[in-house]
Design a protein around this ligand. Structure first.
Ligand code: AMP
Length: 197
């Protein structure tokens, strides 16, 4: 049984938190491009140096850089039985890259989890995260930039996946457990099987 998922939602939708829970339940690794970039910045790698100013400004790292990182990560052993992508693809060009990569392996995404959260709610969650975690890209300008990129570039990719019939729109307001349960039941309705409770 393989499970290949993508979780999408605006910043502050809780997709990072829910992604970890869902990946654990289905026995697959989370592949988060944001986490990969943050780890590289922290460790001061070449990649980290290249992307720091871009991520701090809330801009997108160039597609070729990001897609190569994802290709490498998905080639690792633990991703052969599936994965949960968080933060990639984020625009149409990345969707095309991912399609090409997966179809060459005779694979495809099983489901796209779209976390639906009203704008006010997601903004208040980001402000809370900014005080709790002190992320260097949670400044007011960077947050506004990320939100506008989400609306103009990322939201449109949902239509592409919806045409394929693989989008599960999940109400992202409620307790963490309630939201996880909603996602799990949508995935189970597609015949995807959990490994852990
Ligand atoms: P995130 O944690 O997903 O909000 O990502 C943090 C930052 O990493 C973003 O604001 C971008 O600068 C960069 N990033 C993450 N994923 C991507 C992607 N798929 N394409 C381009 N840049 C990305």
């Amino acid at each position: 049984m393989t499970t290949r998922l993508l979780i999408v939602g605006p910043q502050g939708s809780g997709k990072g938190t829910q992604g970890v829970r869902i990946a654990e339940g289905f026995g697959i690794p989370v592949v988060s491009t944001g986490d990969i970039f943050r780890a590289n910045i922290k460790n001061e790698t070449e990649l980290g140096k290249k992307v720091q100013a871009i991520t701090d400004a809330g801009d997108l790292v160039p597609d070729e850089v990001t897609s190569e990182i994802v290709r490498d990560r998905l080639g690792e052993d633990d991703a052969q039985q599936g994965f949960l992508l968080d933060g990639y693809p984020r625009n149409r060009a990345q969707v095309a890259h991912l399609d090409e990569f997966l179809s060459a392996r005779d694979e495809k995404l099983d489901a796209v989890i779209l976390l639906d959260v009203p704008r006010d709610e997601s903004i208040s969650r980001i402000l809370q995260r900014a005080t709790e975690q002190g992320r260097s890209d949670d400044t007011e300008e960077a947050v506004a930039k990320r939100l506008s990129i989400y609306e103009s570039e990322t939201a449109p990719i949902i239509d592409t996946y919806a045409e394929r019939g693989i989008v599960d729109r999940i109400d992202g307001v409620g307790s963490l457990d309630e939201i996880t349960a909603r996602i799990v039941s949508a995935l189970e309705a597609r015949g995807l099987v959990r490994v852990a409770v």
